[in-house]
Design a protein around this ligand. Structure first.
Ligand code: ZN
Ligand code: ZN
Length: 105
């Protein structure tokens, strides 16, 4: 899966006190046994420092415009990183929108 950063979406907040907490809170339990301390990008060994806002990319005919949160390191999370990049297949993409996650009513 390719994704691309959506840095402007990261300015919002949610009740989780940090987008990295938002990801940790909502990622499915089936991933509990996997290493969740690392950046999602393939070929990157950086530490999980940020819950980064991304959109899916590189899929022809893609209609999914949802903004998701994934674990990213300092480098991959940088707004200067504007190119689509590949993420590991075991990474859960958690919707960023609080209305469907942490602030659901
Ligand atoms: Zn949240
Ligand atoms: Zn990285």
């Amino acid at each position: 899966m390719y994704v691309v950063n959506v840095p402007e979406a990261g300015e919002g907040t949610c009740p989780c006190e940090g987008w990295n907490n938002h990801w940790v809170k909502f990622h499915p339990d089936r991933f509990a046994g996997t290493d969740q301390s690392r950046c999602s990008a393939v070929g990157c060994s950086g530490a999980f420092k940020h819950g980064g806002h991304v959109k899916k990319a590189g899929v022809p005919g893609l209609t999914d415009r949802t903004v998701y949160i994934i674990p990213l390191c300092d480098t991959c999370h940088d707004p200067a990183n504007t190119r689509p990049y590949l993420i590991h297949s075991h990474i859960a993409l958690i919707p960023a929108d609080p209305k469907v996650t942490c602030d659901r009513r």
